[in-house]
Write a protein that binds this ligand. Sequence first.
Ligand code: ZN
Length: 286
Amino acid sequence: MRKLIMALCFVSASSWAQNYQPENKPHNAWSVIKSPSGSFAESIGSYANGCMTGAVALPPTGEGFVDMRRNRNRFYGQPKLIEFIKQLGRYVNERHGKKLLIGDLSQPMGGRMNFGHSSHQIGLDVDIWMQLILANEQVDPYRDMRTIVDKAGGFVLNGGIPKETRDALYFAATHPDVARVFVNPVVKEYLCSTETDTSWLRLLRAWWGHDEHFHVRLKCDGNSPLCKNQAPPPPGDGCDGSLYNWVQEQSDRVTGRFVPKPKSKKKRKPKVMPEMCYQLLEQQSW
Ligand SMILES: [Zn+2]
């Protein structure tokens, strides 16, 4: 009986959350939450289907970093993500006199976003612009990102990846809390051909886009029993034929030579979030 009641509660909460549209706008509930939940810090669910409690706001600026586009209200993360960004900022400032331009982290309680990302839902993902700027340089936080890749030609612009960007990627990929760093396949291919020790490139994962920013993903931590880690990247540096295929396909896509495979007709099931996320939504006063 108790199970049945729980199941009924779950169904009603989940359908409510899926249908919730404040002021009839095409928002989802997670995108209208203005501030984090005050409870202890915990990631719940997976990077692309979850939520979080106890998030911390990244300050607008700090040593070696400035947060961009704060009007999006996506500057929240688990405490260890905020600490990671501060560490990386200190590192690029001390080593290169530069600062990072920080893109999206997560919404105040994580969850799905209205646009831009499928992941970034549990406070463990951050986008960082490929281009760093001088530590004392003023920046318009609403300016456009700049790519460092010629996708059609399959090469890195301006003769190569700037040293400070390479060092920031190295810092991230060798940090004990980091699970993956997503970069454009051209960025990875460049590093495969220029690094003497390529073992650290294992955590650099090729993905579409990520030519004007890289995306750092931290591992779940021990305080989050409901957080779902991804399987670790396969062994080896990943500097192989499959990487070349990514570069080639990207070039084909932007030059119109790509012939897409016929799409399968299987319907995708709507994602059901972890039950605790629905409970957190129910506790919100709207
Ligand atoms: Zn991202």
